[in-house]
Write a protein that binds this ligand. Structure first.
Ligand SMILES: [Zn+2]
Length: 238
């Protein structure tokens, strides 16, 4: 496989935008990106479904013939089952993002696992993304028996109102490479930044000849193997 040129870190917060390999290794069995040199990226949307916003995302994706993955919050799926159904009906995939959007580091392992199970009554998926990217290793070791845990290669930072929509797009543009898993947010707070960064990214990567695909268990299994050495040092870093 070709070595892809590594993007340079520009400032401290880039460590969250694009976690360095040493941090990725520390987490062990987690999918951060798909190991490929094909021109394909994996757009993901966290926290929905939300009326109006999710539907507009679906429309934008349709225009660009893009497929994506929606990490849904169980209580939102419970409230808006029709929008949830529309996501799958449009050919996208879904993932479990807990029932109540819990922060793993602030929640007991028992409560956290119960919350994921509750979400699974509404979300039919074996993909899981921990809210805020925060998870204890005791939680991770239970979840990974049943789920593929997905974090990210590129965080747009769209949820942060202190940064401009142009900076969100620049985060994507700077760090995206073949196989990147990119995070946007399907929530009210992120709307402005998200729609700008999303549409600009769709335009740019379409022009570069990229495909936008949904994550599935198959995509994860069939990628070229990556060797991961787990160390405890950074396990609770995020
Ligand atoms: Zn979230």
């Amino acid at each position: 496989m070709k070595t892809i040129q590594k993007p340079k870190y520009r400032k401290l917060s880039d460590l969250l935008v694009h976690p360095p390999q040493i941090v990725k290794n520390a987490f062990g069995n987690i999918t951060w990106k798909i190991n490929t040199d094909e021109k394909v990226v994996y757009l993901t949307f966290d926290d929905g479904p939300i009326p109006d916003i999710t539907e507009k995302i679906l429309l934008a994706l349709e225009i660009f013939d893009a497929k994506a993955t929606f990490f849904c919050v169980g209580e939102n799926v419970k409230k808006y089952p029709d929008i949830y159904k529309k996501i799958s009906d449009s050919g996208h995939t879904v993932g479990n993002h807990t029932f109540s959007h819990l922060n793993g580091l602030k929640t007991s392992t028992e409560e956290y696992i119960e919350n994921i199970e509750k979400a699974s009554e509404y979300i039919d998926s074996k993909l899981f993304r921990p809210p805020h990217g925060r998870i204890k290793s005791s939680q991770q070791s239970i979840i990974e028996k049943d789920y593929d845990i997905i974090l990210w290669d590129v965080l747009s930072y769209d949820f942060n109102n202190k940064i401009s929509k142009e900076s969100c797009f620049s985060n994507v543009k700077h760090f995206t490479r073949p196989g990147s898993i990119i995070v946007f947010h399907d929530n009210i707070k992120a709307t402005n930044n998200m729609f700008y960064a999303l549409t600009q990214s769709l335009l740019l990567y379409k022009e570069f000849g990229y495909r936008f695909e949904a994550l599935t268990e198959d995509v994860i299994r069939k990628q070229a193997p990556v060797s991961v050495k787990k160390s405890k040092l950074f396990t609770a870093f995020f």
